[in-house]
Design a protein around this ligand. Structure first.
Ligand code: SAH
Ligand code: SF4
Ligand code: F3S
Length: 452
């Protein structure tokens, strides 16, 4: 029998919301008096916060469990293992059977983690994959110390049921958190050091509360004086309200960046994916966004090799990429997921065809990203300093368009500095602080630095 753990380590594998959940679980365990450790092989409790989106992501958890047991075992340890996240939701008790883990907890139930750990310490494996109507957020401890750029979940779940995707099953139906609760958490995050908040949701632009939409929430948050920047992700093309588009013109704290996945440029494939938007409606939507905010940086997600995708369909994806000119994007090979409609479609694409298409798509996306970066050279913008770089005196921050900016200067993490972009590479740009610039320093950061 394992005794009650004293130290813990949380490892997150998935999307930004998965990272947010991992942070909240860590806060929860700290509030219970456990001590966080960076060394996964030395912790008494290891929380593997998993992702189910593609097969590789799912399999990773099983190899990790094996490795942690082996490495910890070499040091005489036998850690308690908790599997959280989307694999926990999808596979449930199967994980206990296959890997003999101590705790399985789904993404809507992790506020119960301390109780589950206590039960596991008595020798019985503990499982909770409920999706309660009452969201977990009200049961989590207050936010205390966070980085300058921080996530804030405002919406969860998905009702879209794209035929390839597990998220509607692992995260449940679309639910919005209440406006007052979000504003309270935002204020706590800002007090704890956040200068930029990224509002998260599987369909974040579907957020609503009492007739108010995401743009109203963004306007509320923009009123928090010490909050400098607001972002949101991920949006669905069908939930992109006019008010949200106009917020990109009217709310200066809302950054000029939009991640709007399209998946494919072929109407035939979009229909088979159940995306419920067309190539043309997507392109017209982007025209409307660019009309109010010409410098907006666009980002997207793509899947190559969806069942039945022909060379002609794929050529339409490439031509959509050419038409948009993305500042950055994510592209994936289609991965059949158990229980989704696309997994049982007959015309699955051969792996070597997928490899070849992914390579061509990524060449096009890389070309556009490099062109976007190059086009910003000579511009002056604010950069939020997020961490130290590898070289002495070097810092890394983000521009309004979300590129990584390397800067050398007398700076500190959390500064918002005016920078001239002087050079561009494929994945990042280099900037020089404008002379005579007084870095803006927030009291919370002074506190964090003093505490560090
Ligand atoms: N809710 C968001 C993102 C969900 S998952 C949206 O709809 O845009 C993030 C990305 O993973 C998706 O946009 C898609 O490009 C990719 N993805 C989802 N399921 C996949 C699968 N079965 N195979 C390959 N990529 C997938
Ligand atoms: Fe998945 Fe589609 Fe929902 Fe995005 S919109 S989470 S891709 S089902
Ligand atoms: Fe993965 Fe779940 Fe996020 S499947 S992408 S961790 S919502």
């Amino acid at each position: 029998m394992k005794s009650a753990p004293k130290t813990f380590h949380v490892k997150s594998f998935g999307c930004q919301m998965n990272v947010y959940d991992g942070d909240r679980m860590a806060e929860l365990m700290s509030a219970e008096g456990l001590v966080a450790t960076d060394d996964a092989h030395a912790a008494d409790l290891v929380v593997l916060n998993t992702c189910h989106i593609r097969e590789k992501a799912t399999e990773k958890v099983y190899s990790d469990i094996g490795r942690i047991r082996k490495e910890a075992g070499k040091r005489g340890g036998d850690p308690m293992i908790a599997v959280a996240g989307c694999v926990a939701q999808a596979e449930g008790v199967e994980i206990v059977r296959r890997a003999k883990v101590d705790v399985v907890v789904g993404p809507q139930a992790y506020h119960n983690l301390p109780g589950l750990v206590a039960r596991a310490a008595t020798g019985t494996s503990a499982l909770d994959t409920d999706m309660p109507v009452d969201l977990k957020f009200g049961h989590l401890p207050a936010r205390r110390r966070v980085s300058p750029s921080t996530f804030l979940t405002v919406q969860e779940g998905c009702d879209k049921f794209c035929t390839y995707c597990v998220v509607p099953y692992t995260r449940g139906a679309e639910v919005s958190r209440g406006r007052a609760q979000i504003v309270d958490e935002a204020k706590a995050l800002v007090d704890a050091g956040a200068r930029e908040l990224t509002l998260l949701g599987q369909n974040v632009n579907a957020w609503e509360d009492d007739g108010k939409g995401l743009h109203d929430l963004i306007a509320d948050l923009a009123d928090i004086p010490a909050l400098a920047r607001i972002r949101y992700t991920t949006s669905h093309p069908n939930d992109m309200a006019q008010g949200l588009i106009e917020a990109h013109r009217d709310i200066s704290k809302l950054m000029p960046f939009l991640h709007l996945p399209v998946q494919s440029g072929s109407d035939r494939v979009l229909k088979a994916m159940n995306r419920s938007h067309s190539r043309d409606s997507y392109l017209r939507l982007l025209d409307r966004v660019r009309a109010v905010r010409p410098d907006i940086a666009l980002s997207g997600d793509f899947i190559v090799g969806f069942p039945g995708e022909t060379e002609q369909d794929f050529a339409e994806t490439l031509s959509l990429v050419d038409a948009v000119g993305y500042a950055q994007a994510f592209s994936f090979k289609y991965s059949p997921r158990p229980g989704t409609p696309a997994a049982s479609m007959t015309d699955q694409i051969a792996p070597e065809v997928m490899d070849e298409r992914l390579q061509r798509l990524q060449e096009a996306l890389n070309r556009d990203q490099a062109a976007f970066n190059a086009a910003t050279v000579g511009r002056t913008c604010d950069v939020l300093i997020e961490r130290k770089g590898k070289l002495p005196g070097q810092f890394l921050g983000k521009s309004p368009w979300l590129h990584s900016v390397h800067i050398v200067g007398d700076l500190a993490i959390g500064d918002l500095v005016s920078v001239e972009i002087t050079a561009a590479g494929p994945n990042s740009v280099t900037g020089v602080p404008k002379s005579g610039h007084e870095p803006l320093r927030e009291s919370a950061h002074e506190r964090n630095r003093a505490a560090a």
